[in-house]
Design a protein around this ligand. Structure first.
Ligand SMILES: Cc1ncc(COP(=O)(O)O)c(C=O)c1O
Length: 389
């Protein structure tokens, strides 16, 4: 199969596939345009579909086992795409990245302890903290005049001085679509090591960094080998989150063993009969699909900012350095996310309300997922303008 712009322009009709994004009536009604959850409206790459069909064709679906090729596929991918050398023994398989966030909190902290996060932030981070009886210590990102967000290093240092031992970090960042620079990651690692803290770095969006920027893994930073647990998956990159497979990586064997032991104790297993072959195919056979999707999304970024400027000139788009998600400040139209959401829904557009990412610093903002055909993206912005004008 040859992937080109037309392949991504065609998108895919997902109605009636038990798909959360389009079929769940609590989120989306008939006629709505769904641009919320981070799940892409594109066909998967053929090798993934073929791997799934081949496995389905064998009519026995007993307990699976991962093999050396699964780990080799993961390590080969990270070496090839991100120049990060990971050995198979430095990895542990997980059902999904959110499981990794939750298990990390449970494994490395005690009830009542504080966990540092930086909002606005993908909501399952704060969920992982408060649902496990830990306390959130929010060191909000600092919004700059150009609408980019930076880390509040003084705030982080203060929190670490006050005894916080764990930082849950999102690299690249959802929802503010930030690709963190090596110097920023190095500063965080330096602070964590100086205060004997650890960093859990969610790198599920690693593949979505737009040129001329490049993705930098926390694990590539000197000193990170001691303090970092990295979580990632093929699921966002290759649009297979329904298959449920992810990987935790650490160069600190003790951290990784603690996490693995804790998950085993909780009975958490992963690598199901379909996820294993599909993930292996994704990591080894789909670079052409990915490269084409990334150039398509790069064009989407341009379309997004052009159309917003034209139709909603008072909207402030945070520069999209990474991810297929964007963070739009709509306070000039309405300062309240709940009321924004209501207006957008009345124009049959479903986005994520900013307050789920940050109660205060997300109010008046919306997150839009632009991994869809360009025509759908243009229609989404048209509906947004219709709702807010
Ligand atoms: C930063 C981040 N982490 C984790 C996830 C979810 O990953 P998983 O489906 O592997 O739990 C998402 C999904 O949008 C995400 O944006």
């Amino acid at each position: 199969m040859h992937y080109d712009r037309a392949f991504f322009d065609a998108g895919i009709d997902r109605a009636h596939t038990r798909c959360l994004k389009w079929d769940d009536p609590s989120h989306c009604k008939p006629g709505d345009l769904a641009m919320w959850v981070a799940d892409w409206d594109f066909r998967c790459a053929d090798p993934i579909v073929e791997a799934l069909k081949a496995r389905a064709d064998h009519p026995c679906y007993g307990y699976p086992c991962a093999d050396a090729n699964d780990q080799a596929a993961f390590c080969g991918y990270w070496q090839r795409r991100h120049q990060l050398t990971v050995l198979p023994e430095q990895t542990v398989m997980l059902p999904c990245v959110v499981t990794g966030l939750r298990q990390a909190v449970l494994t490395f902290t005690e009830p009542g302890e504080s966990v540092l996060i930086m909002t606005p932030l993908y909501a399952p981070f704060s969920d992982a903290v408060h649902r496990s009886g830990r306390k959130i210590l929010d060191v909000p990102l600092l919004k700059q005049p150009d609408a980019r967000y930076d880390i509040d290093f003084d705030g982080v240092e203060k929190a670490l001085q006050n005894g916080v031992r764990i930082i849950l970090f999102c690299n690249p960042h959802n929802p503010v679509s930030r690709a963190w620079r090596k110097e920023e990651l190095a500063r965080l690692v330096e602070l964590a090591n100086a205060h004997h803290a650890m960093i859990v770095s969610d790198e599920i969006h690693a593949d979505f960094v737009y040129q001329p920027l490049r993705f930098v893994s926390m694990l590539s930073v000197p000193g990170a080998e001691k303090c970092t647990l990295m979580l990632t998956a093929a699921s966002k990159t290759f649009n297979i989150p329904g298959l449920q497979q992810a990987t935790a990586v650490s160069f600190n064997g003790e951290l990784l063993k603690k996490l693995a032991d804790h998950m085993e104790m909780q009975g958490i297993t992963s690598g199901n009969v379909f996820a294993l072959p599909a993930t292996q195919a994704a990591y080894t056979l789909c670079d052409d699909w990915l490269d084409t999707m990334l150039s398509y999304l790069d064009e989407s970024r341009q379309l997004l900012s052009d159309r917003l400027r034209e139709l909603l000139p008072k909207a402030v788009l945070t520069p999209v350095e990474a991810t297929a998600l964007c963070w739009i400040d709509l306070r000039a139209y309405d300062p309240d996310s709940q009321s924004l959401d209501k207006k957008l829904r009345s124009a049959q557009l479903v986005l994520n309300s900013g307050t789920i990412f940050g109660q205060e610093n997300g109010n008046g903002y919306m997150r839009l997922n632009f991994a869809c055909p360009h025509a759908a993206l243009a229609e989404g912005i048209r509906r947004m303008a219709q709702a807010l004008k």
